[in-house]
Design a protein around this ligand. Structure first.
Ligand code: ATP
Ligand code: MG
Length: 573
């Protein structure tokens, strides 16, 4: 085989490498970037302008983060602009609480809309005028059919629809009736305005869709000014056109609505009409995405609000200790695609571990403590041992930890009868106390239930860490916290909120919740280096994972930590 391989000259090799790099560059562009570049090249658009258009009816989640970073990233990449727009044309549900949380989350992610913050409800007048334009062009009509009748006239995927008996009203009559709709002369549902397109279209969205409805409802921004409200498919392209959006990026379920989007901007004759591009929604295993489900969990009190650390709202991820950098990295790794799929939650965990491993100091904390008494250590004496704050980042320096006769160790680091391959403490065994001495277990005490309360040991003064001692080796190293200087804290451990293995949903459509999704460790001990910790500080608790101070419940006199993620994972890139 080997002799068939041609030997490349230096120049040829270089050329090949160059080709490969170029190929990679082209391939590494996602399909949206390819569309944008083609548009710029062909002069379809002179600039790039994107937007993020949430409905203010809930908190943003990880899926929205993807959309925000995608839209903002494209605007940055092509030296364009990024608009923040609340899509608040629907008079129900919108809440100021959501407007504020959404802005805070986007700011935290690092997407900057500068002075371009818009509310779609401010365009109601233009939308109304657009509807009048369509009527004048003979492209819209007032229809008296009920919602039920409209549905049955619409036909099906296999059958064409039937034309409304009101379809051929004159322009004058339509103008007058629409004016009456606007002036509050009809009840909700009595009349609607419909686009006049094609009842036989193979695309059901094109079969004379309703574009305006009567709704006597108070709007959070415009109050009672309007009693007619535009439908989403009509409003959205107009919002985009008004703001001179070029690439209107949305999720896949709107693909079938694109012909209507195009129809609206074409009929309204916008000079540089925006174009809609769809991509697949981000779904994650083991967690609940989808505003509807999250809202229900919040409303049913299953979780502690929209920012419960078990959720994947942006507020929850922030409280859990995720960083904007980790979310960005995650979104990048997910890529942009046209095919729906679920991303493994472990990938999100991988991203935060990668981000924190160099940033977070590594301190010792004991989550499930028992006392270890070193009987041959002088009573009342304290010395200091030195520890590196982050072996992967020497710039983080070192600290001194007090060491004395009594320390806390993890309950799990001691066994009366060790299983096979257990190298930690058990009677007669010697281990290293991290950064300190070798200790040998000499005994233990139990309470009346047989539960271990104290472990006894002796230490070898010659084995102080860094002393150069190398006479013998020990197989186990355990962490500890000095009893006299320990800081007490509460620590919360989390597991997935839903049990993916058994299926996210139960037979009745309710969520299949994991009963062990939160475990509270009420009395944990931390080494003194933790003194003054406050949200959003993050740490690596040696051997236990990455933790952050809880922004909601932690107090200087009662610290509360969340486990962000454990240290190990089977996940590989
Ligand atoms: P949900 O499906 O959670 O109810 P939504 O689509 O109703 O969300 P909007 O406020 O309308 O919520 O969403 C704002 C923007 O975020 C839209 O452009 C939408 O396409 C995008 N978006 C929503 N969910 C996802 C997701 N899972 N992945 C990527 N983008 C998303
Ligand atoms: Mg929506």
């Amino acid at each position: 085989m080997t002799e068939t391989k041609a030997v490349l000259t230096e120049a040829e090799r270089e050329e090949k490498l160059q080709e490969k790099t170029e190929e990679k560059e082209v391939n590494s562009k996602n399909f949206i970037e390819q569309i944008i570049e083609k548009d710029l090249e062909e002069g379809v658009y002179q600039h790039v302008q994107t937007r993020f258009p949430p409905e203010p009816n809930g908190y943003l989640h990880i899926g929205h983060a993807k959309s925000i970073l995608l839209n903002y990233g494209l605007a940055q990449k092509y030296h364009g602009k990024f608009n923040m727009r609340f899509d608040d044309t629907n008079p129900t549900k919108e809440k100021t609480e959501f407007v504020e949380s959404i802005l805070a989350d986007i700011r935290w992610l690092g997407a900057d809309w500068e002075d371009r913050l818009f509310f779609a409800s401010n365009y109601f007048q233009q939308m109304y005028e657009a509807a009048v334009t369509l009527i004048r062009k003979g492209k819209a009509y007032v229809c008296d059919l009920s919602a039920e009748e409209i549905r049955s006239y619409r036909g099906s995927l296999t059958e064409p629809g039937k034309e409304s008996p009101y379809r051929n009203r004159s322009v004058e009559e339509n103008l007058e009736l629409f004016e009456n709709m606007k002036n509050g002369m009809y009840q909700d549902g009595e009349k609607v305005l419909r686009a006049k397109i094609d009842m036989a279209s193979p695309n059901i969205n094109m079969r004379d869709p309703v574009i305006y409805r009567v709704a006597h409802m108070t709007h959070h921004n415009t109050g009672d000014t309007w009693c007619i409200y535009p439908m989403y498919d009509f409003a959205h392209p107009i919002e985009d056109a008004i703001e001179q959006i070029t690439h209107s990026i949305c999720t896949l379920e709107f693909e079938d609505h694109r012909p209507l989007y195009d129809w609206v901007v074409r009929e309204l004759e916008y000079p540089e009409p925006p174009k809609q591009i769809e991509f697949a929604k981000l779904y994650l295993t083991n967690v609940v995405t989808g505003k509807r489900y999250i809202k229900k969990l919040v409303e049913d009190g299953v979780v502690d609000g929209w920012d419960d650390p078990r959720l994947v709202t942006i507020a929850a991820l922030r409280r859990r200790g995720f960083t904007p950098e980790s979310i960005k990295k995650f979104v990048e790794l997910c890529g942009v695609s046209k095919a729906n799929s679920s991303v493994d939650y472990a990938m999100l965990e991988y991203c935060i571990r990668e981000d924190l491993k160099q940033k977070a100091p590594r301190y010792m904390a004991v989550l499930d403590p028992i006392r270890l008494v070193i009987d041959n250590y002088p009573e009342g004496e304290t010395e200091y041992v030195e520890a590196c704050n982050n072996p992967e980042n020497e710039a983080m320096g070192t600290r001194k930890i007090p060491f004395g006769r009594e320390v806390y160790i993890e309950r799990d680091d001691f066994r009366i009868e060790p299983p096979k391959k257990y190298f930690r403490l058990f009677p007669g065994n010697e281990v290293r106390l991290m950064h300190a001495y070798f200790v040998t277990c000499t005994g233990y005490e139990t309470d009346s239930d047989g539960k271990v309360t104290v472990v006894h040991a002796t230490y070898d003064p010659k084995t102080k860490c860094g002393s150069g001692f190398s006479e013998r080796k020990v197989k186990g190293t355990i962490h500890w916290v000095p009893k006299e200087a320990a800081i007490e804290a509460e620590v919360r451990l989390y597991e997935n909120l839903v049990d993916e293995e058994k299926g996210k949903l139960n037979a009745d459509g309710t969520l299949n919740l994991n009963e062990h999704s939160i475990q509270v460790m009420p009395v944990c001990y931390l080494e003194p280096a933790f003194y003054g910790a406050k949200a959003p500080d993050s740490f690596q608790f040696v051997r236990n994972g990455f933790f952050c101070v809880d922004s909601k419940d932690s107090l200087p006199e009662h610290l509360v930590f969340n486990r962000i993620v454990s240290l190990k994972s089977s996940f590989k890139l």
